[in-house]
Design a protein around this ligand. Structure first.
Ligand SMILES: NC(=O)c1ccc[n+]([C@@H]2O[C@H](COP(=O)([O-])OP(=O)(O)OC[C@H]3O[C@@H](n4cnc5c(N)ncnc54)[C@H](OP(=O)(O)O)[C@@H]3O)[C@@H](O)[C@H]2O)c1
Length: 312
């Protein structure tokens, strides 16, 4: 099968096309013919070698951990899936990712694709949608009436988190630059703080929950907008435990656990029209397409998701 791989860590020029063997599903696994994948910052962080201690992968590495496609083969006899089903998944983090024509995914990480999405839209959902879900509901235990701050609202995780929090009945504030203010209000943000002109800690107080997608100073300042008993989930770096104790809040680092059941629940919300995905950039499945896609993601200013169409 055709794949775009890296043979060593480095810049985006490392992304090169290669013929590799098509994988075969083991028991409880599914072979998916990939129609689309999407880009996430983990892709270029891994490409650069920033995650090499944490994820000790052998080369060549096929990057990409989001997929939508059609079931081609089913490993177990009593599977919930059959050949021909349209599915989407955030497969396990292995060196056989989704910049490829086929991927094998554990059945427990796969869900039926929402009827109202095309493959590109569906591929844009799993990684960011599950991250937002696990931060808000598993870690943050947010509930109706909670005041929730989502940093980097215009990004992949942010657009999902704003909608999921709003759908759960929360009051939602977010941070973004001026060009994204109207967009974020249109998807449910009650308040958008322009981070270029306003310091969010000057205007937001007594929050129940913060999703930190930026780290550093922004994470430190986020403690100041929380009320006692509040929660801070960071998806970029481990928050300081001493500060959390001093402030009387729960703070932690959330690392996404792929989960087909939660993805199915998210898919239902999408089918009901309660959550939408926002694809801001689309590229073809080629070295050039992937390199441009990485460049946009690395700029830290992608709007919504970046999708790669693999098969039409
Ligand atoms: N722990 C995990 O399991 C996990 C899972 C998913 C993602 N992550 C990490 O979470 C981070 C966000 O991921 P993502 O997919 O949402 O990224 P993304 O889509 O690349 O985020 C881009 C967005 O960030 C916004 N932004 C940049 N600087 C900002 C600032 N100072 N204040 C507010 N917004 C700012 C930009 O909006 P403007 O153009 O308006 O500036 C842009 O829309 C990444 O570092 C990623 O690696 C971790």
């Amino acid at each position: 099968m055709k794949a775009i791989v890296i043979e060593q860590y480095g810049g985006k020029e490392q992304l090169t096309e290669k013929e590799v063997p098509t994988p075969a599903p083991g028991d409880d696994q599914i072979l998916i013919e990939i129609y689309a994948t999407s880009i996430n910052p983990i892709d270029w962080k891994l490409r650069e070698g920033y995650l090499k201690e944490m994820l000790r992968f052998e080369f060549p590495i096929i990057l990409g951990w989001d997929t939508a496609g059609i079931v081609k083969e089913v490993g177990s006899k009593d599977s919930n899936f059959k050949v021909g089903d349209k599915v989407f998944s955030r497969p396990a983090t292995t060196n056989r990712g989704t910049y490829a024509e086929y991927v094998v995914a554990d059945e427990s990480l796969v869900a039926k694709m929402p009827d109202n999405l095309d493959f590109g839209e569906a591929a844009s959902v799993p990684l960011t949608g599950l991250t937002a879900w696990q931060c808000l509901f598993d870690f943050g235990e947010i509930k109706e009436g909670d005041k929730v701050l989502i940093h980097a609202g215009a990004g992949g995780v942010g657009t999902m988190a704003i909608q999921l929090a709003k759908n759960a009945g929360a009051y939602v504030a977010t941070t973004a630059s001026v060009k994204n203010i109207e967009f974020l209000k249109s998807i449910g943000a009650d308040e958008v703080v322009n981070y270029k002109t306003t310091d969010f800690e000057d205007v937001l107080q007594d929050y129940d929950f913060v999703l930190d997608a930026l780290g550093g100073e922004i994470q430190k300042k986020s403690f100041n907008v929380l009320k006692e008993g509040g929660r801070l989930a960071s998806i970029v770096s481990r928050p300081d435990e001493e500060t959390a104790d001093e402030k009387g809040v729960k703070a932690g680092f959330v690392w996404l656990e792929p989960n087909g059941e939660q993805l199915g629940q998210l898919g239902k919300l999408i089918e009901q029209g309660q959550v939408k995905t926002h694809v801001g950039h689309t590229f073809d499945f080629s070295e050039e397409g992937l390199r441009k896609a990485h460049e946009i993601s690395e700029s830290h200013h992608a709007k919504g998701k970046i999708v790669i169409n693999i098969k039409r």
